[in-house]
Design a protein. Sequence first.
Length: 58
Amino acid sequence: MLNIQTLIDDAKCFETVRTLRWPEEVRCVQCGSAAITKQGRDTTQPERQKYRCSDWGR
């Protein structure tokens, strides 16, 4: 169970979602590859990290 009060900050919220979705490491949602590189931040949500799969190309 999550305490909603701890998710008020956008940075904490995005970090919690990443941890829940990928407990060990970020993986590609299409192919499951761990060959992921960070690709900057979202322009509308600066706390949101963008990723690119080196195997899938997206």
